[in-house]
Each structure stands twice: as C-alpha cells, then as structure tokens.
Design a protein around this ligand. Structure first.
Ligand code: GDP
Length: 457
C-alpha cells in the first residue's frame, strides 16, 4: 500500500473544454518541488493555504505559458492528507495540457481515475463510503441527489454505522475476555444478554438494509415503461408527463424507432419514461419485434403504466395486455377522461397496484399521477437521507452478509454452542461492516480488551 502512494500525481481536475478557468492538481511529497520547476514566483513565497499569483514558465525556454493562481495545501491539512498544489490556469485545453506535460516532465505521474480520492481514503482522511459519495456527488443529475451525496460524503452513513459497530465490538470484547480470562474475576456474558444485544444490533442493521429502497431511488432514480394498445394515448401521455418538468437528459432515441425515452426529475428523483410501441397480437414479423421490445422494456423497467382509452369499451387487445402483464407491478392509467366514459373499470380493479384517471389532452390528473408514482414506492424525506442511507449494491450486499452472520450466531445460540463458535459469526459480521467503510478491526478489539479489563494486573 505505501509504495502505491509514495509518488506524486498530477491531473487536470476540470473538464477538458474551453472555459474561464481550468485547474490542475498535484498530490504527493514532491508537489512543491515539481511546481517550483515551472512556477519560479513561488520560490520562498509559497505559503500554506494562501493563493499566489504568478507566471507559469516553460523551464527550457523561459517562455511564459500562462498566468496562474497557485494554492498550496500543506500535509496533512489537504484533501489527500499529502502536500497538494492546485494550479488555476486560464481554461484553455492547450495550455492545461502543456502545463500538465511540464509537471510530468518534472517528475509527477499522471493520476489514474479517482486516485486523488483513493489517496484520501488510503491516508485515512475519508472512509470508503465517503469516497463513493464523492463520486455520486460529481455524478449527481439533480440537486437533491447532490445534497444527499454531500451528506454521505460528510459521513452520514458512517456516523449511523458507528454505534452499531461499537456495540458489536463491545460484545465481542466481552465475550473474548470471558473466554480468555474465565478463571479470573471477569464475568462471562450470559446467553440471554448476548441474545438481547444481538437482537438490537440485528434490528439496527435490518433498518439500515431497508434504507436501500430509498437510497437506490435517490441515486439511480426510477424507470417507467408506458404500454398500451395503439391510439390509447401513450405518446400523448409521454409528452404530457414531460411537459411541466424540463427533461434533464435527452436520451438518443432507442436502437429501434419503437422505443424512446426521456428523463425528468420529480421531487429531485430522476424518472425515466419509456414510450413503447403498441403491444398487440403480432400479425407480422416487424410488429412481433416491436412487441418483444415493449415487453423487454416492461421487464427492465421499475414500473409499468398500462394505458387504456376510457372513451372506448374494453377490448380484446386490452384483455390480452392485462394477461401479459400478470406478474408485473403495473399501474393502470385510464386516459381520455375529457370524453364520455365507456370503459367499465369494475373487472380491472383487482390487478393493478393503482388506477389513475387522466386526460393527456387537457393535462387533468397528470400531476396526481406523477405524485402517485412516489406514493407507491415510498417517498424519501430529506431527513431520512440526512440520517444516512445505503446507496449501492456493494452496501446492500455487505449489510445483507452482516445480517446473515448474526442469523447464524442466533442459531448457534439457540443450539447452546460455546461462545467461541458464536464469535466466529460476530467477527464475520464485523468484517462485512468494516469492508463497508474500509476499516480494519484487530486494533479496535485488542484496544477494547486491554482498556476495559486491565490485563497488566
Ligand atoms: P398512442 O398510439 O397510444 O401513442 O396514442 P397517441 O398518443 O398517438 O394518441 C392517439 C390519439 O388519441 C391522438 O389523436 C390523440 O390526440 C388522442 N388523444 C390522446 N390523449 C387524449 C386525451 O386525453 N383526450 C382526447 N380527447 N384525445 C386524446
């Protein structure tokens, strides 16, 4: 690990395009020396955290490349905990590349993707969850996503995990001490106490596990397929849904002309609507492909809106669609309520998760439909997000594993197995939690045993 972070890295930190400013960052013990090779004004004048204006000089020719503001962040008070230098040049891609080239010629190495953040992690400035959150923050498509990522980056999940881990470490320490010093006057935890403590930890982990529904919704958003037979108003609904809320991403139309999708944000959550070709019994091959695509879209989407025409009687194709959607959680949207109603909803009420009546033409019911999509999946409050959520599959797997370890421990407890056997599962649980934040544990446990039980007596 140390050899990996022993050298000095450099990279252009702003997107490569023309702009007012462009920033190049250096991190590592030689940052200052490398900088000074092309920024002579910094000689003897570079002060920690004080921006300094000067010229970037091409060392061989003495030519001025650009005027820049340089800020030095002395180790350990920097993002990576190493000496860091930020060079703010003018945002010209040619200049930025030339400055970077000079830095590399003077001994810096081109940073690999994410390497500054990785160093911050390896140097113990942030944990893994925080590092992931920095990535999410940069990738955020909505302000709400950015806010949640920022909370995670400042340690909300790590803070939520901390007391859970502390309880676990304490229980392990007590049990270890009970085993190691059984002959001394150290009390051994009774099975009942272990069971109670285990239950509390498991419940906390289960609540955290459940937070993935909200975390996933925030980070990856939701995709919704719109299906229905031709002319029921799918495309009209698609357009009406996009109308008030500006699309945040304009997707290129799908690989076939049958599927188009657009993403908008509803309450800060990116929602991607997919307009499908009409699903109906195929009469020819081309239509068959369209139907297959629609059903694929349904299978891939988080939710499906089945659109029916409220101004027409229920038809055979509608029935066949309902049959095809059995097994999917779909929402029925009855369109064209501005026209006299002919559709009898009574036989349809059983299957869909919800029914919304709308008019894509007049816009009636569209807002309610948008809100309703979230009512069903559970709204994420800012407060929930503040408390810390698990936001990706890695987190979900590790918390899942930690719960499984506790399940095993519980079984061993029921079978009145010795504490040594329980400990294996508690350690496995701790390992999963530590993997989440990227910490090691042995010291924690040793420290706890030594400080609590006065071993030196
Ligand atoms: P698709 O084939 O399911 O995508 O249906 P379209 O969106 O192309 O709509 C088919 C026809 O129904 C068009 O003539 C629309 O103008 C009309 N239409 C769509 N929604 C409404 C509605 O809410 N009210 C009325 N009166 N007409 C609608």
């Amino acid at each position: 690990m140390p050899t990996l972070i022993d050298d000095t890295i450099a990279a252009i930190s702003t997107p490569l395009g023309k702009g007012g400013l462009g920033v190049i960052r250096l991190s590592g013990k030689d940052s200052c020396r490398i900088l000074l090779s092309l920024f002579p004004s910094g000689q003897n004048t570079l002060v920690d955290r004080v921006p300094l204006l000067g010229n970037i000089i091409e060392p061989k020719t003495g030519e001025i490349l650009d005027q820049a503001i340089v800020t030095f962040f002395k180790s350990p008070r920097s993002f990576t905990r190493e000496d860091v230098v930020e060079i703010s040049c003018h945002g010209s891609p040619v200049v930025l590349k030339a400055v970077l080239r000079l830095l590399l010629d003077s001994g810096a190495r081109l940073a690999t993707p994410g390497e500054f953040t990785m160093r911050a992690f390896l140097r113990g400035r942030i944990d893994l969850v925080q590092a992931e959150a920095i990535h999410d923050l940069v990738e955020a498509q909505t302000l709400f996503q950015a806010k949640v990522a920022n909370q995670q980056a400042s340690g909300s999940l790590s803070r939520r995990l901390k007391p859970i881990k502390e309880s676990l470490v304490q229980m392990i320490s007590l049990m270890e001490a009970g085993i190691d010093f059984a002959e001394d006057d150290v009390s051994v935890l009774s099975d009942e106490v272990v069971r109670k403590r285990l239950q509390i930890i498991k419940n906390d982990l289960k609540t955290l596990y459940a937070s993935f529904a909200a975390g996933k919704l925030i980070t990856t958003g939701m995709s919704i397929a719109i299906v229905g037979r031709p002319n029921v108003g799918k495309s009209s609904l698609f357009n009406a849904l996009l109308q008030d809320d500006r699309a945040i991403v304009t997707d290129t139309p799908g690989t076939t002309r049958d599927l188009i999708s657009e993403t908008i944000q509803i309450d800060g959550i990116p929602v991607r609507f997919i307009d499908t070709a009409g699903i109906r019994e195929a009469e020819n091959r081309v239509e068959r492909i369209g139907i297959d695509k629609s059903l694929e879209a349904v299978a891939d989407a988080d939710r499906t809106l089945l659109v029916m025409d409220g101004s027409e009687f229920f038809t055979e194709p509608d029935q066949s669609l309902c049959d095809r959607l059995q097994g999917y959680a779909y929402t029925l949207v009855v369109n064209k309520i501005d026209l006299p109603c002919k559709l009898d909803l009574t036989p349809l009420r059983a299957n869909p998760k919800a029914i919304f009546e709308i008019s894509a033409k007049t816009g009636e019911g569209i807002r309610g439909l948008k809100q309703g999509l979230f009512e069903e999946s559970g709204r994420v409050t800012a407060r929930e997000a503040e408390e810390g959520l698990i936001t990706n599959v890695r987190h979900e797997n590790l918390i899942g594993e930690s719960i499984q370890s506790l399940d095993r421990a519980e079984k061993s407890l029921e079978a009145q197995m010795p504490h040594e056997a329980l400990l294996l599962d508690f350690y496995a649980c701790l390992k999963s939690l530590n993997e989440l934040t990227g910490e090691t544990t042995v010291e924690d446990i040793l420290g706890n045993i030594f400080s609590t039980f006065c071993i030196g007596k």
